[in-house]
Ligand binder design. Structure first.
Ligand code: GDP
Length: 454
């Protein structure tokens, strides 16, 4: 079969409960390939890391496998996905084509594990479950240079029994969440069953299996989704809006179709009407070999999908993380702006006349937070993207019912002038980067208030 020319690299996001090992796994995928100087190594993008097919197959010691796969590699979104990144959207679907759900095998499923599975179900995203931290099983003998979990056979009977027991707990929990699953070495049909791979993100055991299974999932499910056309105007999603020294506000973008050139006119989702601007510079990270260079980025003239790239352009201050970016011409600018506006309105939220106020850093995370609050039947007065401003505080302080003098902020800051205002009012702030924590804290507080007023 071999790599097909018009198929882009699938985009992969890593999800799971806090502390279950998302960051360590991503570091390992990046680090081990760089350190070992393997074939093809990796390519660093803005906001993402690409592991080429050559690197993946060289890990399994069988370069002939290369011909079995049609995708050029895997593009991992670097920021471990909590909701903000996992529910990022491309037109009509999730931005990530594939996902890894990581679970600490010693701790089992936790609220964010279940949330991750729900998101994947909603977007119908193929995924693999990795049961992490197997090295913590008492008596585990780490196997050096064993990226495959065949090292399982080298463990003592007691360790194997313990791993099997924990493994079947994961199987049971997946079943409760509505999925059938099977162990990676017996994976035969991804259509029915979710593969589970025991790994250690610390020792690296099992990681090559994970990469292989992702390639397998791409092969089975994604061919229809991965066709791209390098000759059409670029289409992407904003991962982050960032201030850069000397450049002002820039956007980190995943481009998943078409091409993008210096000088192109683009439309970007923003607070209010989509903004138009002209690409002043396209920036990629400097290659690791040039790391000594003063400059973090190198400029390029053009890029094609799928790629993570930084765009420097005037007026990007109001750009909105999670929203679309499209290359336009004077003929298409109005129609595309309208499309983006509609797309963003779709995610606007039904609110209640009286309720709490919520803020989040991206559209995806705002939606996730709203969904969770609705499940708890907590009324929402207003839900918007961005840091907590003085205006937010003034509005909330003016509400007469003390139950609703509340702002819940997910992954946001309190702006300096708003801080002073908070101190001079009676409003209650809940801030965290973990949704379920926000909801639990809010519920505890609300219960206390109720008891006080009864
Ligand atoms: P995240 O919150 O999901 O990104 O989790 P991290 O990657 O930050 O990991 C949380 C903690 O678990 C860190 O102290 C890691 O060193 C540790 N950890 C992650 N993976 C493993 C593993 O495979 N084995 C062991 N022993 N520790 C791990």
């Amino acid at each position: 079969m071999a790599v097909k020319q018009d198929l882009r690299t699938p985009i992969v996001s890593v999800m799971g409960h806090v502390d279950h090992g998302k960051t360590t796994l991503l570091d390992r995928i990046r680090g081990s390939t760089v350190a070992e100087g393997e074939a093809g190594a990796i390519t660093q993008h803005i906001g993402a890391t690409e592991v080429p097919i050559d690197t993946i197959v060289s890990k399994c010691g069988n370069p002939a496998l290369r011909d079995k796969f049609m995708v050029p590699g895997l593009l991992f979104i670097d920021t471990p996905g909590h909701h903000a990144f996992t529910s990022l959207r491309s037109r009509g679907g999730a931005l990530a084509d594939l996902a890894i759900v990581i679970v600490d095998i010693n701790e089992g499923f936790m609220p964010q594990t279940i949330e991750s599975l729900q998101i994947l179900k909603r977007f119908k995203t193929p995924f693999v479950v990795v049961a992490n931290k197997i090295d913590r099983i008492h008596g585990w003998e780490p196997q050096k240079n064993a990226p495959f979990i065949v090292s399982y056979n080298k463990q003592s009977e007691r360790v194997k029994t313990e791993l099997d027991r924990k493994f079947y707990e994961v199987v049971g929990e997946l079943y409760n969440a509505g999925f059938n699953s099977e162990r990676h070495d017996r994976v035969s049909d991804f259509q029915r069953n979710i593969g589970i791979i025991p790994i250690s993100a610390v020792t690296g055991e099992g990681i090559a299996d994970v990469l292989m299974v992702l390639l397998g999932l791409a092969q089975r499910f994604l061919e229809g989704n991965l066709h791209y056309d390098a000759s059409v105007p670029g289409v992407g999603t904003v991962l982050e809006v960032k201030e850069e020294k000397g450049l002002g506000a820039t956007i980190d973008v995943i481009l998943y179709d078409g091409n993008l050139k210096k000088g192109d006119m683009i439309v970007v989702g923003s607070l209010g009407k989509p903004l138009h601007t002209k690409v002043r510079a396209l920036l990629k990270p400097r290659p690791l070999t040039e790391i000594k260079s003063e400059e973090k980025f190198q400029q390029v003239q053009s890029v094609t999908a799928a790629i993570g790239v930084k765009i420097s352009a005037p007026n990007l201050d109001s750009a909105l993380a999670g929203s679309p970016v499209r290359v336009v011409t004077p003929e298409t600018v109005d129609a595309i702006s309208e499309e983006i506006l509609n797309e963003l309105e779709e995610v606007q939220i039904d609110t209640d006349a009286l309720g709490i106020t919520i803020k989040a850093d991206t559209i995806g995370s705002l939606e996730a937070l709203v969904n969770e609050l609705k499940k708890e039947k907590i009324p929402i007065r207003k839900a918007t993207v961005g840091d907590i401003s003085q205006r937010d505080v003034v509005e909330v302080a003016a509400i007469e019912d003390p139950f609703y003098n509340v702002i819940i902020g997910f992954n946001v800051k309190v702006l300096p002038d708003a801080k002073d205002k908070v101190q001079s009012t009676e409003i209650k702030l809940f801030l965290s980067d973990v949704i379920y924590r926000l909801i639990d804290d809010y519920k505890d507080w609300a219960k206390e208030q109720k008891e006080l007023t009864e």
